[in-house]
Design a binder for this molecule. Structure first.
Ligand code: HSE
Length: 433
Protein backbone atom coordinates (compact mmCIF):
# COMPACT_ATOMS: atom_id res chain seq x y z
CA UNK A 1 0.00 0.00 0.00
CA UNK A 2 1.35 3.41 -1.00
CA UNK A 3 1.56 5.99 1.78
CA UNK A 4 0.79 9.68 1.51
CA UNK A 5 1.38 12.35 4.09
CA UNK A 6 -1.04 15.19 4.50
CA UNK A 7 -1.31 18.11 6.92
CA UNK A 8 -4.25 19.87 8.51
CA UNK A 9 -4.25 23.60 9.14
CA UNK A 10 -6.93 24.03 11.79
CA UNK A 11 -8.46 21.60 14.28
CA UNK A 12 -11.76 23.31 15.00
CA UNK A 13 -15.17 21.98 14.09
CA UNK A 14 -14.35 20.94 10.52
CA UNK A 15 -10.78 19.82 11.23
CA UNK A 16 -12.09 17.55 13.99
CA UNK A 17 -14.59 16.02 11.55
CA UNK A 18 -11.82 15.40 9.01
CA UNK A 19 -9.68 13.69 11.65
CA UNK A 20 -12.60 11.53 12.81
CA UNK A 21 -13.51 10.43 9.28
CA UNK A 22 -9.91 9.63 8.33
CA UNK A 23 -9.70 7.56 11.49
CA UNK A 24 -13.06 5.77 11.50
CA UNK A 25 -13.24 5.14 7.72
CA UNK A 26 -9.53 4.41 7.28
CA UNK A 27 -10.01 1.00 5.65
CA UNK A 28 -12.59 2.24 3.16
CA UNK A 29 -10.48 5.29 2.29
CA UNK A 30 -7.43 3.06 1.73
CA UNK A 31 -9.33 0.74 -0.60
CA UNK A 32 -11.00 3.56 -2.48
CA UNK A 33 -7.95 5.78 -2.89
CA UNK A 34 -5.18 3.21 -3.09
CA UNK A 35 -3.32 5.14 -0.38
CA UNK A 36 -2.70 4.89 3.32
CA UNK A 37 -3.33 8.49 4.37
CA UNK A 38 -1.22 9.71 7.27
CA UNK A 39 -1.91 13.04 8.95
CA UNK A 40 1.70 14.08 9.54
CA UNK A 41 1.12 17.53 11.06
CA UNK A 42 -1.74 19.59 12.43
CA UNK A 43 -1.35 23.34 12.74
CA UNK A 44 -3.21 24.85 15.72
CA UNK A 45 -3.19 28.22 17.42
CA UNK A 46 -3.14 26.88 20.94
CA UNK A 47 -1.49 23.53 21.70
CA UNK A 48 -3.09 23.23 25.12
CA UNK A 49 -6.69 23.67 24.05
CA UNK A 50 -8.99 20.84 25.06
CA UNK A 51 -10.10 18.86 21.96
CA UNK A 52 -12.96 16.51 21.14
CA UNK A 53 -10.55 14.03 19.57
CA UNK A 54 -7.38 12.40 20.79
CA UNK A 55 -4.50 13.38 18.55
CA UNK A 56 -0.85 12.32 19.09
CA UNK A 57 0.94 15.24 20.68
CA UNK A 58 3.96 15.01 18.37
CA UNK A 59 1.98 15.90 15.25
CA UNK A 60 0.47 19.06 16.74
CA UNK A 61 2.38 22.24 15.93
CA UNK A 62 1.94 25.97 16.19
CA UNK A 63 4.62 26.61 13.56
CA UNK A 64 3.41 26.73 9.95
CA UNK A 65 6.97 26.14 8.72
CA UNK A 66 6.77 22.57 10.07
CA UNK A 67 4.25 21.93 7.30
CA UNK A 68 5.66 24.20 4.61
CA UNK A 69 9.19 22.91 4.81
CA UNK A 70 8.34 19.22 4.97
CA UNK A 71 8.49 18.08 1.34
CA UNK A 72 7.07 14.69 2.27
CA UNK A 73 3.71 16.41 2.96
CA UNK A 74 1.89 16.36 -0.39
CA UNK A 75 -1.59 17.65 0.46
CA UNK A 76 -2.50 20.49 2.82
CA UNK A 77 -6.02 20.86 4.19
CA UNK A 78 -6.99 24.41 5.13
CA UNK A 79 -9.82 24.42 7.66
CA UNK A 80 -8.74 27.39 9.78
CA UNK A 81 -11.09 29.88 8.05
CA UNK A 82 -10.71 33.64 7.62
CA UNK A 83 -8.69 35.48 4.99
CA UNK A 84 -5.24 35.75 6.58
CA UNK A 85 -3.12 33.88 7.35
CA UNK A 86 -5.07 31.16 5.49
CA UNK A 87 -4.43 32.77 2.11
CA UNK A 88 -0.71 33.34 2.65
CA UNK A 89 -0.27 29.78 3.92
CA UNK A 90 -2.07 28.23 0.96
CA UNK A 91 -0.12 30.33 -1.56
CA UNK A 92 3.16 29.33 0.10
CA UNK A 93 2.18 25.65 0.18
CA UNK A 94 1.33 25.72 -3.53
CA UNK A 95 4.70 27.32 -4.23
CA UNK A 96 6.18 24.19 -2.63
CA UNK A 97 4.05 22.00 -4.97
CA UNK A 98 1.58 20.91 -2.32
CA UNK A 99 -2.02 20.25 -3.35
CA UNK A 100 -4.72 22.13 -1.44
CA UNK A 101 -8.12 21.22 -0.06
CA UNK A 102 -10.04 24.05 1.58
CA UNK A 103 -13.46 24.79 3.06
CA UNK A 104 -12.91 28.56 3.03
CA UNK A 105 -15.89 30.12 1.23
CA UNK A 106 -15.18 33.71 2.24
CA UNK A 107 -11.64 33.54 0.92
CA UNK A 108 -12.60 31.81 -2.34
CA UNK A 109 -15.52 34.17 -2.99
CA UNK A 110 -13.55 37.34 -2.27
CA UNK A 111 -9.93 36.59 -3.20
CA UNK A 112 -10.10 33.21 -4.91
CA UNK A 113 -8.60 34.39 -8.21
CA UNK A 114 -5.11 34.61 -6.78
CA UNK A 115 -5.38 31.11 -5.35
CA UNK A 116 -6.77 29.60 -8.56
CA UNK A 117 -4.03 31.28 -10.60
CA UNK A 118 -1.33 30.03 -8.27
CA UNK A 119 -2.70 26.48 -8.46
CA UNK A 120 -2.73 26.72 -12.24
CA UNK A 121 0.81 28.14 -12.45
CA UNK A 122 2.23 25.54 -10.08
CA UNK A 123 0.30 22.61 -11.52
CA UNK A 124 -1.30 21.62 -8.24
CA UNK A 125 -4.88 20.69 -7.39
CA UNK A 126 -7.04 23.20 -5.52
CA UNK A 127 -10.24 21.56 -4.29
CA UNK A 128 -12.98 23.35 -2.37
CA UNK A 129 -16.09 21.15 -2.26
CA UNK A 130 -16.66 21.90 1.44
CA UNK A 131 -16.90 25.65 0.85
CA UNK A 132 -20.54 25.48 -0.28
CA UNK A 133 -23.37 23.58 1.38
CA UNK A 134 -21.16 21.41 3.63
CA UNK A 135 -21.72 17.75 2.84
CA UNK A 136 -23.73 18.27 -0.36
CA UNK A 137 -21.56 17.41 -3.39
CA UNK A 138 -22.66 20.49 -5.30
CA UNK A 139 -19.28 21.74 -6.55
CA UNK A 140 -18.34 18.44 -8.17
CA UNK A 141 -22.00 18.01 -9.09
CA UNK A 142 -21.86 21.15 -11.22
CA UNK A 143 -18.22 20.94 -12.31
CA UNK A 144 -18.21 17.30 -13.29
CA UNK A 145 -21.52 15.46 -13.30
CA UNK A 146 -23.51 18.28 -14.93
CA UNK A 147 -20.80 19.49 -17.28
CA UNK A 148 -22.80 18.30 -20.31
CA UNK A 149 -25.48 20.88 -19.53
CA UNK A 150 -26.02 24.54 -19.95
CA UNK A 151 -27.23 25.42 -16.47
CA UNK A 152 -30.21 27.69 -16.97
CA UNK A 153 -30.89 28.63 -13.38
CA UNK A 154 -30.53 27.48 -9.82
CA UNK A 155 -32.11 28.33 -6.50
CA UNK A 156 -30.39 27.42 -3.26
CA UNK A 157 -31.10 27.30 0.43
CA UNK A 158 -27.42 27.49 1.27
CA UNK A 159 -27.48 28.81 4.82
CA UNK A 160 -28.61 26.42 7.51
CA UNK A 161 -28.84 28.98 10.31
CA UNK A 162 -31.33 31.19 8.51
CA UNK A 163 -33.30 28.19 7.28
CA UNK A 164 -33.55 27.00 10.89
CA UNK A 165 -34.76 30.43 12.02
CA UNK A 166 -37.31 30.78 9.22
CA UNK A 167 -38.54 27.21 9.82
CA UNK A 168 -39.14 28.00 13.49
CA UNK A 169 -40.93 31.23 12.58
CA UNK A 170 -43.12 29.44 10.07
CA UNK A 171 -43.91 26.21 11.90
CA UNK A 172 -43.90 27.35 15.53
CA UNK A 173 -44.87 30.99 14.96
CA UNK A 174 -41.85 32.18 16.93
CA UNK A 175 -40.72 35.71 16.39
CA UNK A 176 -37.32 36.38 14.86
CA UNK A 177 -35.43 37.12 18.10
CA UNK A 178 -36.65 33.98 19.84
CA UNK A 179 -35.88 31.81 16.80
CA UNK A 180 -32.40 33.35 16.54
CA UNK A 181 -31.75 32.65 20.22
CA UNK A 182 -32.76 29.00 19.67
CA UNK A 183 -30.42 28.80 16.65
CA UNK A 184 -27.61 30.10 18.88
CA UNK A 185 -28.48 27.63 21.65
CA UNK A 186 -28.39 24.80 19.10
CA UNK A 187 -24.91 25.91 18.03
CA UNK A 188 -26.02 26.84 14.49
CA UNK A 189 -25.71 30.61 14.79
CA UNK A 190 -22.55 32.29 16.02
CA UNK A 191 -22.55 34.66 19.00
CA UNK A 192 -22.30 37.37 16.33
CA UNK A 193 -24.79 36.04 13.79
CA UNK A 194 -24.36 38.86 11.24
CA UNK A 195 -22.77 36.80 8.47
CA UNK A 196 -25.66 34.34 8.45
CA UNK A 197 -28.69 36.52 9.13
CA UNK A 198 -27.60 39.38 6.90
CA UNK A 199 -26.99 36.97 4.02
CA UNK A 200 -23.18 37.39 3.66
CA UNK A 201 -22.55 33.66 4.04
CA UNK A 202 -25.11 32.88 1.32
CA UNK A 203 -23.69 35.66 -0.85
CA UNK A 204 -20.21 34.05 -0.81
CA UNK A 205 -21.72 30.67 -1.64
CA UNK A 206 -23.79 32.07 -4.49
CA UNK A 207 -20.72 33.78 -5.97
CA UNK A 208 -18.81 30.46 -5.91
CA UNK A 209 -21.65 28.36 -7.33
CA UNK A 210 -22.72 30.80 -10.05
CA UNK A 211 -19.13 31.18 -11.17
CA UNK A 212 -18.95 27.43 -11.75
CA UNK A 213 -22.46 27.00 -13.11
CA UNK A 214 -22.08 29.80 -15.66
CA UNK A 215 -18.35 29.42 -16.30
CA UNK A 216 -17.53 33.00 -15.47
CA UNK A 217 -15.71 35.09 -12.90
CA UNK A 218 -18.18 36.54 -10.42
CA UNK A 219 -17.30 39.54 -8.31
CA UNK A 220 -19.04 38.88 -5.01
CA UNK A 221 -19.93 42.58 -4.78
CA UNK A 222 -22.16 42.15 -7.83
CA UNK A 223 -24.30 39.60 -6.01
CA UNK A 224 -27.33 41.39 -4.58
CA UNK A 225 -27.80 40.62 -0.87
CA UNK A 226 -30.61 41.00 1.62
CA UNK A 227 -30.81 39.18 4.95
CA UNK A 228 -33.79 37.93 6.95
CA UNK A 229 -33.84 40.40 9.84
CA UNK A 230 -36.86 42.27 8.49
CA UNK A 231 -39.03 39.16 8.28
CA UNK A 232 -41.77 38.96 10.91
CA UNK A 233 -44.09 36.10 11.80
CA UNK A 234 -46.96 38.14 10.41
CA UNK A 235 -45.30 37.95 6.98
CA UNK A 236 -45.26 34.17 7.33
CA UNK A 237 -48.98 34.32 8.15
CA UNK A 238 -49.82 36.33 5.03
CA UNK A 239 -47.60 34.09 2.90
CA UNK A 240 -49.60 31.12 4.18
CA UNK A 241 -52.89 32.74 3.15
CA UNK A 242 -51.54 32.61 -0.40
CA UNK A 243 -50.16 29.07 -0.11
CA UNK A 244 -46.60 30.30 0.09
CA UNK A 245 -43.66 30.12 2.49
CA UNK A 246 -40.66 32.41 3.00
CA UNK A 247 -37.12 31.10 2.43
CA UNK A 248 -33.75 32.83 2.15
CA UNK A 249 -32.88 31.93 -1.44
CA UNK A 250 -29.65 32.26 -3.38
CA UNK A 251 -30.92 32.77 -6.93
CA UNK A 252 -28.93 32.59 -10.16
CA UNK A 253 -30.53 32.84 -13.57
CA UNK A 254 -30.11 34.33 -17.00
CA UNK A 255 -32.12 37.46 -17.62
CA UNK A 256 -31.97 39.44 -20.88
CA UNK A 257 -28.53 38.09 -21.69
CA UNK A 258 -27.14 38.94 -18.26
CA UNK A 259 -26.80 36.98 -15.05
CA UNK A 260 -29.18 37.78 -12.25
CA UNK A 261 -27.60 36.88 -8.90
CA UNK A 262 -29.53 37.58 -5.72
CA UNK A 263 -29.62 36.47 -2.11
CA UNK A 264 -32.96 37.50 -0.66
CA UNK A 265 -35.85 36.37 1.51
CA UNK A 266 -38.30 35.03 -1.05
CA UNK A 267 -41.92 33.89 -1.00
CA UNK A 268 -42.22 30.60 -2.86
CA UNK A 269 -45.20 28.27 -3.50
CA UNK A 270 -45.63 25.80 -0.67
CA UNK A 271 -45.65 22.84 -3.07
CA UNK A 272 -42.19 23.61 -4.48
CA UNK A 273 -39.55 21.11 -3.26
CA UNK A 274 -37.50 23.95 -1.72
CA UNK A 275 -40.48 25.00 0.40
CA UNK A 276 -40.25 21.68 2.19
CA UNK A 277 -36.60 22.02 3.18
CA UNK A 278 -36.78 22.69 6.90
CA UNK A 279 -34.57 23.01 9.93
CA UNK A 280 -30.88 23.56 9.24
CA UNK A 281 -30.92 21.56 6.00
CA UNK A 282 -29.59 22.99 2.73
CA UNK A 283 -30.82 22.28 -0.78
CA UNK A 284 -29.99 23.45 -4.28
CA UNK A 285 -32.57 23.18 -7.06
CA UNK A 286 -30.93 23.30 -10.51
CA UNK A 287 -32.31 23.37 -14.01
CA UNK A 288 -29.98 22.07 -16.72
CA UNK A 289 -30.95 22.11 -20.39
CA UNK A 290 -30.25 18.39 -20.72
CA UNK A 291 -30.89 16.98 -17.27
CA UNK A 292 -33.99 19.07 -16.49
CA UNK A 293 -34.88 19.73 -12.86
CA UNK A 294 -32.56 18.37 -10.20
CA UNK A 295 -32.38 18.90 -6.46
CA UNK A 296 -29.49 18.31 -4.06
CA UNK A 297 -30.47 18.08 -0.40
CA UNK A 298 -28.48 17.56 2.78
CA UNK A 299 -26.52 18.95 5.68
CA UNK A 300 -24.87 22.25 4.88
CA UNK A 301 -22.77 22.48 8.01
CA UNK A 302 -21.46 20.44 10.92
CA UNK A 303 -18.18 18.74 11.50
CA UNK A 304 -18.90 15.34 9.90
CA UNK A 305 -20.90 16.52 6.84
CA UNK A 306 -18.31 19.20 6.05
CA UNK A 307 -15.51 16.74 6.87
CA UNK A 308 -17.12 14.32 4.40
CA UNK A 309 -16.67 16.88 1.61
CA UNK A 310 -13.07 17.62 2.65
CA UNK A 311 -12.06 13.96 2.77
CA UNK A 312 -13.81 13.40 -0.58
CA UNK A 313 -11.57 16.11 -2.03
CA UNK A 314 -8.46 14.43 -0.59
CA UNK A 315 -9.43 11.08 -2.11
CA UNK A 316 -10.14 12.79 -5.46
CA UNK A 317 -6.55 14.07 -5.49
CA UNK A 318 -5.14 10.65 -4.60
CA UNK A 319 -7.20 8.91 -7.25
CA UNK A 320 -6.09 11.31 -9.94
CA UNK A 321 -2.50 10.27 -9.25
CA UNK A 322 -1.17 13.80 -9.20
CA UNK A 323 1.40 13.54 -6.48
CA UNK A 324 3.85 15.51 -8.61
CA UNK A 325 3.47 18.93 -10.19
CA UNK A 326 2.28 19.52 -13.77
CA UNK A 327 -1.35 18.84 -13.06
CA UNK A 328 -3.34 20.93 -15.45
CA UNK A 329 -7.06 21.38 -15.83
CA UNK A 330 -9.42 23.80 -17.51
CA UNK A 331 -10.73 26.22 -14.89
CA UNK A 332 -14.49 25.79 -15.08
CA UNK A 333 -15.09 29.07 -13.28
CA UNK A 334 -13.38 31.24 -15.88
CA UNK A 335 -14.48 30.19 -19.36
CA UNK A 336 -16.46 33.22 -20.54
CA UNK A 337 -17.11 36.80 -19.62
CA UNK A 338 -20.70 37.36 -18.44
CA UNK A 339 -22.35 40.62 -17.46
CA UNK A 340 -24.10 40.65 -14.11
CA UNK A 341 -27.40 42.44 -13.90
CA UNK A 342 -27.88 45.30 -11.46
CA UNK A 343 -30.78 44.70 -9.08
CA UNK A 344 -32.60 47.75 -10.49
CA UNK A 345 -32.90 45.93 -13.84
CA UNK A 346 -34.51 42.90 -12.22
CA UNK A 347 -38.22 41.98 -12.47
CA UNK A 348 -40.24 40.16 -9.79
CA UNK A 349 -43.63 39.79 -8.26
CA UNK A 350 -43.80 41.55 -4.89
CA UNK A 351 -45.51 41.29 -1.52
CA UNK A 352 -45.88 44.71 0.14
CA UNK A 353 -47.16 45.14 3.70
CA UNK A 354 -48.23 48.63 4.71
CA UNK A 355 -49.66 50.18 7.87
CA UNK A 356 -52.12 52.99 7.15
CA UNK A 357 -54.63 55.19 8.96
CA UNK A 358 -58.00 53.62 8.38
CA UNK A 359 -59.85 56.36 6.49
CA UNK A 360 -61.90 56.51 3.28
CA UNK A 361 -59.97 56.63 0.04
CA UNK A 362 -56.60 55.31 1.30
CA UNK A 363 -56.65 52.21 -0.83
CA UNK A 364 -57.55 54.33 -3.85
CA UNK A 365 -54.61 56.66 -3.22
CA UNK A 366 -52.25 53.70 -2.90
CA UNK A 367 -53.44 52.01 -6.08
CA UNK A 368 -53.23 55.29 -7.99
CA UNK A 369 -49.57 55.62 -7.10
CA UNK A 370 -48.87 52.00 -7.98
CA UNK A 371 -50.68 52.48 -11.30
CA UNK A 372 -48.58 55.53 -12.07
CA UNK A 373 -45.49 53.30 -11.95
CA UNK A 374 -47.09 50.41 -13.89
CA UNK A 375 -47.26 48.24 -10.80
CA UNK A 376 -50.25 46.01 -11.37
CA UNK A 377 -51.97 44.31 -8.42
CA UNK A 378 -52.89 40.65 -8.23
CA UNK A 379 -54.54 40.74 -4.76
CA UNK A 380 -55.12 43.02 -1.84
CA UNK A 381 -55.86 42.07 1.76
CA UNK A 382 -57.04 44.57 4.29
CA UNK A 383 -57.17 43.27 7.82
CA UNK A 384 -60.58 43.87 9.37
CA UNK A 385 -59.88 45.41 12.75
CA UNK A 386 -57.93 48.58 13.27
CA UNK A 387 -55.54 48.88 16.21
CA UNK A 388 -55.92 51.31 19.12
CA UNK A 389 -54.35 54.06 17.01
CA UNK A 390 -56.90 53.66 14.23
CA UNK A 391 -54.37 51.96 11.97
CA UNK A 392 -54.83 48.92 9.75
CA UNK A 393 -52.59 46.64 7.72
CA UNK A 394 -52.89 46.46 3.96
CA UNK A 395 -51.11 43.68 2.10
CA UNK A 396 -50.56 43.91 -1.64
CA UNK A 397 -49.44 41.16 -4.00
CA UNK A 398 -48.27 42.52 -7.35
CA UNK A 399 -47.90 41.02 -10.80
CA UNK A 400 -44.39 40.83 -12.26
CA UNK A 401 -42.96 44.29 -12.29
CA UNK A 402 -39.64 46.07 -12.52
CA UNK A 403 -37.58 46.62 -9.41
CA UNK A 404 -36.99 50.25 -10.37
CA UNK A 405 -40.75 50.91 -10.71
CA UNK A 406 -41.52 49.29 -7.36
CA UNK A 407 -38.79 51.32 -5.65
CA UNK A 408 -40.14 54.57 -7.09
CA UNK A 409 -43.71 53.66 -6.14
CA UNK A 410 -42.66 52.79 -2.59
CA UNK A 411 -40.78 56.03 -2.20
CA UNK A 412 -43.90 57.93 -3.19
CA UNK A 413 -46.13 55.77 -0.97
CA UNK A 414 -43.96 56.65 2.02
CA UNK A 415 -44.81 60.31 1.50
CA UNK A 416 -48.54 59.63 1.41
CA UNK A 417 -50.12 61.12 4.52
CA UNK A 418 -52.24 58.15 5.67
CA UNK A 419 -49.31 55.74 5.20
CA UNK A 420 -47.66 55.19 8.59
CA UNK A 421 -45.00 52.66 7.52
CA UNK A 422 -44.07 50.39 4.66
CA UNK A 423 -43.53 47.42 6.93
CA UNK A 424 -42.04 44.97 4.47
CA UNK A 425 -41.40 44.29 0.81
CA UNK A 426 -40.61 40.69 -0.12
CA UNK A 427 -40.02 39.33 -3.62
CA UNK A 428 -42.08 36.39 -4.80
CA UNK A 429 -40.61 33.59 -6.95
CA UNK A 430 -43.11 31.26 -8.56
CA UNK A 431 -40.51 29.56 -10.80
CA UNK A 432 -42.43 30.56 -13.92
CA UNK A 433 -40.80 32.93 -16.33
N1 HSE B 1 -22.99 29.27 8.91
C1 HSE B 1 -23.28 28.40 7.83
C2 HSE B 1 -24.75 28.02 7.84
C3 HSE B 1 -22.50 27.14 7.83
O1 HSE B 1 -25.48 28.38 8.78
O2 HSE B 1 -25.18 27.38 6.91
C4 HSE B 1 -21.14 27.25 7.26
O3 HSE B 1 -21.17 27.57 5.91
Amino acid sequence: MKKVKIALMGLGNVGTGVWMILDSNKKEIMKRSGYDVEVAKILVRNKDKKRDVEVPEEIITTDFNDILEDDSIKIVIEVMGGIEPAKEYMLKCMDRNKHIVTANKMLIATEGDELFEKAHDKGVVFNYEASVAGGIPIIKGIEESLTANKIEEFYGIVNGTTNYILSKMQLERLNFDVALKQAQDMGYAEADPTSDIEGFDAQYKLAILSSLAFGTKVDVNNVYREGITKIESIDMKYAKKFDMVIKLLAIAKESNGKLELKVQPTMIPKEHPLANVYDSFNAIFIKGNAVGDLMFYGRGAGSLPTGSAVVGDIVAILRSNVDVANYSHIAQNDLWHREIQNISESHSKFYIRITVIDQPGVLGEITTILGKYNVSLRSVIQKGEENSKGQVTIVLFTHKTSEADVSSAIEELMNLKPVITIDNVIRIEDFKN
